[in-house]
Design a protein around this ligand. Structure first.
Ligand SMILES: Nc1nc2c(ncn2[C@@H]2O[C@H](COP(=O)(O)OP(=O)(O)OP(=O)(O)O)[C@@H](O)[C@H]2O)c(=O)[nH]1
Ligand SMILES: [Mg+2]
Length: 253
């Protein structure tokens, strides 16, 4: 059975671009990947979409039918997408592939915080992994990094599937910034020290959040990834293979 690889992250963190980059990488290696768009509100996609949720739910139609603005319509659409999960799964079952690459909605809370999404993820397959994209600009500040770790932890808590944290668009960071973020992700003491240099409120709340993330066993390194400069892609593949196939490579015909 194929792996469902979800790309999740805050708005503009690079989910759609990474879906395309990962698909291209799999094609180049002779692996079979099928792209799935779960964002009913997206206009254009840079990849050829194999399974498109817009075939079931259209944001402009939801806005017109329910007389809603774009935000309200996004919420209704997210639930409508989830209601169609069984049908989407049936369509997925018609494809022979190694991975389904699943691009999720821009407003990640619509996907992450809704009970319907949780049910959808389990309906869509048994082997799911979330690639969680850390926005590089937010990650540069210790408090931004802690906030994203909290979001990643919340995502894991909501879905209870393995997740792999990546530092997205790492090409826009300097070598020093990159090293610092990698250090913070592995060594919370260093992150704690960086936070202590900040304003009192930020410091106190941040330190408490770090402690709970550490207690939850979620302290782990982050993998820098760039769709523009093509690095880190293979690391995602390796993480998936480690999680589900004991690190064995996929077989190619
Ligand atoms: N420098 C750089 N820019 C990137 C990279 N990946 C994506 N981008 C840019 O970041 C912007 C957002 O990328 P998307 O892939 O649309 O991000 P997204 O998370 O799908 O966005 P939403 O679905 O709207 O939340 C675009 O302008 C991309 O060109 C990267 O690896 N490096
Ligand atoms: Mg997108």
């Amino acid at each position: 059975m194929a792996v469902n690889l979800y790309f999740v992250g805050t708005a503009g963190s690079g989910k759609t671009t990474l879906t395309k980059t990962f698909k291209d990488w799999m094609d180049q290696h002779g692996y079979q990947a099928v792209t799935v768009n779960l964002d009913p509100g997206v206009d254009e996609l840079p990849y050829t979409v194999d399974i498109d949720v817009r075939d079931w739910v259209s944001l402009p139609e939801v806005m017109a039918e329910h007389e809603l603005g774009p935000n309200g319509a996004q919420i209704v659409s997210a639930d409508m997408v989830a209601m169609n999960a069984k049908e989407i799964r049936e369509v997925m079952e018609g494809f022979e592939c190694h991975y389904f690459l699943i691009d999720t909605p821009g407003q990640m809370e619509l996907f992450t915080f809704r009970q319907a999404s949780r049910e959808m993820v389990s309906t869509l397959g048994d082997k799911s992994l979330i690639t969680f994209l850390f926005d590089p600009v937010l990650s540069k500040q210790p408090s931004g990094f802690v906030s994203l770790m909290t979001l990643a932890a919340t995502t894991q808590f909501r879905f209870d599937v393995p997740y792999f944290p990546v530092l997205s668009k790492a090409d826009i960071l300097t070598k020093e910034e990159l090293e610092q973020i990698k250090t913070w992700s592995m060594d919370f003491w260093r992150l704690d020290t960086a936070l202590r240099e900040r304003a009192t409120m930020e410091k106190q709340v941040g330190i408490e959040l770090i402690k709970s993330i550490q207690n939850m066993g979620l302290q782990r390194g982050i993998t820098p990834v760039s769709s523009h400069e093509m690095f880190g892609i293979e690391d995602i593949y390796t993480a998936v293979q480690d999680a589900f196939f004991g690190g064995e490579d996929l077989t190619v015909d």
